[in-house]
Design a protein. Structure first.
Length: 115
């Protein structure tokens, strides 16, 4: 099983980034996919989730209206479009897959929002 995140980097406040997570080794279309983040000195928090079919999404209040999660079950990928980035969005972003009691994590990608 692998979850490989990409797309992180340094961006100025107000800018945009698109994170992508490539999944392999499990039945991707059967899993809820999520993005979490962990800022320095803080606990990991849920950013956004998308149902296995992609019909339902949930987004944390702190990023609502700015971040959008999407998935492509044909390509086994999940993305997080991040707009209007703020310094407080700086964190390591992790891809997560979950089905009942089975859960997988990626290694994370660093997003730094700074001028």
């Amino acid at each position: 099983v692998q979850l490989v995140e990409s797309g992180g980097g340094l961006v100025q406040p107000g800018g945009s980034l698109r994170l992508s997570c490539a999944a392999s080794g499990f039945t991707f279309s059967s899993y809820v996919m999520s993005w979490y983040r962990q800022a320095p000195g803080k606990e990991r928090e849920l950013v956004a989730s998308i149902s296995s079919t992609g019909r339902s999404t949930n987004t944390a209040d702190s990023v609502k209206g700015r971040f959008t999660i999407s998935r492509d079950n044909a390509k086994n990928t999940v993305a997080l479009q991040m707009n209007s980035l703020k310094p407080e969005d700086t964190a390591v972003y992790y891809c997560n897959s979950r089905r009942i009691s089975t859960e997988y994590w990626g290694k994370g990608t660093l997003v730094t929002v700074s001028s």
